[in-house]
Design a protein around this ligand. Sequence first.
Ligand code: GLU
Length: 481
Amino acid sequence: MSIVRVRFAPSPTGFLHLGGLRTALYDYLFARHNGGSLILRIEDTDQNRKVEGAVENLIAAFSRLGIEFDEGPGLGGNFGPYVQSRRLDIYSKYAHKLMERGFAYRCFCSAETLELMRKEQQGQKQFPKYNRRCLTLTEEEVNQRLEQGLKYVIRLKMPDDRTFEVHDQIRGKVEIDVSQLDDQVLIKSDGYPTYHLAAVVDDHLMRISHVIRGEEWLPSTPKHVYLYECLGWQTPVWVHLPLILNPDKSKLSKRMNDVSVDSYLQKGYLKEALINFVALLGWHGADDRELYSLLELCREFTLERVNKAGAVFDLTKLDWMNGQYIRNLPLEQIAALCKPDFTQAGIDSGDQDKFHKVIELVRKRVTLSKEIVQQSVRYYVDQQISGQDLETLKKESSQRVISWFLNELNALREISGTDLQAIISKGKELLEMSAKEYFAPLNIALSFSRSCPELHGIIDILGLDETRRRLRLAENVITQE
Ligand code: GLU
């Protein structure tokens, strides 16, 4: 295989979304798997849609995710500039070359003329399409108009007597009807190229070997194939990725797709989970395995295992995956991730031993990393006990459990080396209570809620003194009335 060079070519119109991340990730994995290069190219030729700061945002999002480009704005490379608005003279040169060869022509039709044309065609139940009135202008007529300073666009003269075949790496041979394709504008009246010309020129000059992009670009590909032909260039390998769908198989709703990668991270989704989830949106490994690190993905990723069928975006799967990563990544990594949340919540997590024990206990029960701090506060600060939990604590049987347990702990000198589990089990037998009757008051006393992790884990975190203090507090609940 020739040298692999792929590009991610976003338009800077907003934030990085999961769909964009999927394309970039597949580019990245394909490049890494084949020892190739990944290029970041900014396609900012639509000046109206440009959003200030979008490029910086995009680059920052990728760096947070650990996806690195080899060439691109700010990174250098031999094929720059990598921002299309800085390459206008290049596109103009090739547009003129196409005109010289008779493949393209100037069109002076105004927006009003085009609108009128469209209405007329619609009235006659024809497919709206540029009627080529400027194609037949003589050289003299063109020059006259140029001298008058009339604005113009440059259009590609699409052949109308051909069917186009696109050889797509994922879909195989795809035949596309081009009879309804307009004479594509290549250069707009503001001198900027359209996406079609700019992408083809850049993909060629930047020596892109594989164009990997969303399926929505497949219908445009004949135009690109034709442009390559007119310019006498060899086409890259086309790779169109499957659409991303809602669970009901409809096209992914804006509501889901408009969520930026950053906001997923802010909500408490881990970058490892997001990458893993997105990697499986249209690709699968050799077996049913679902959890892959970025490194493993680089090793395993091949285009042969990219699916043709649309990929279902299942948020419950992302939640499941995130939980898996929270539980299974090294404790230090999760602790470091949560540290700022603790500081922000005003919790002093300076006791490293306690902090790590808390994270270890709590991470087993959460979906999002942000939930860790919420569920950890109770091991640092007393919480209000109310409602049913308070009623339970006041019951005579509950008070018996608390007193018995406190008594047992009062007899201890230290907690380390103590078989807490044995004491807990002994109490349950001695007091002859149901599990519910026995554990609910202890849970409430020690964690301020009946729903909590295992008791011995909590006691281990709190230490002997704090455990006793909380039990005494629970005893006082009655006398406090
Ligand atoms: N600028 C296009 C987009 O943002 C890129 C399409 C392509 O990769 O060719 O969708």
